[in-house]
Design a protein around this ligand. Sequence first.
Ligand code: SF4
Length: 253
Amino acid sequence: MSVLELQRDVVYGPISFRRLGRSLGINLLPPSRKVCTFDCVYCQYDTAHTVPGPAGQVGFPSVDSVLQKVEEAIRRQPSPPDYLTLSGNGEPTLHPNFPDIVSGMLELQDRMCPQSRLAILSNSSRMHRLEIRETVAQLDDPIMKLDAGDPQTFSRLSRPSSAITLEKILEGLEAMPRLIIQSMIIEGEVQNAEGEAREAWLASVARLSPEMVQIYTAERPVAESGVRQVSRQHLEELASRAQERTGVTVKAY
Ligand code: SF4
């Protein structure tokens, strides 16, 4: 399996994304260590290191250092980025002071680049917590992962930490005032591109009724987990079918 290099600092990029334009990435996780509540079969980072207790909370950047580094990076840009995106080496809401970081980021955005949008790429696993939900709701673009609509596919595809269930995630997402869903569509030993797995995902999208759904596929096959990309045509057909079925705007990237 090819493994991507982890982010070694708080700020990375800017990176040009089809979905997000010119985006300055902000890694709230410890440098060079993946910290996530999932271990998705398609993940390009190494095996997850979850944070079940205080010992796992070591190595996160402080609130002050995050805000200082982001401020310096914005100053260095020739023009404001399209997006400031909370993402990085795992699940950004796991930062122990996540609400304080978001407050500081909103202040920075307001003061330095009000034309930039503030986004998060989250795996949705902590949206059942009111404080996290209310914090994420303050961002311009809450982009939340939903790769499966049935517990079996969820468990095989996302390989979550033991306390996390799909129903808890769906309930958390349902309680969000606004929502953008992102879904990775794959084929292979575990798949969500066809059959019952696809139908269950479509039903969950309809249940959540987000503002928009962004679907995409793996950038490359992940041989060890039997993950295969879906074709461009398949992705576009799925986007049309999902849009028709749910009434939600669905874009293939
Ligand atoms: S949620 Fe993201 S970082 Fe976490 S395992 Fe899945 S792909 Fe990797």
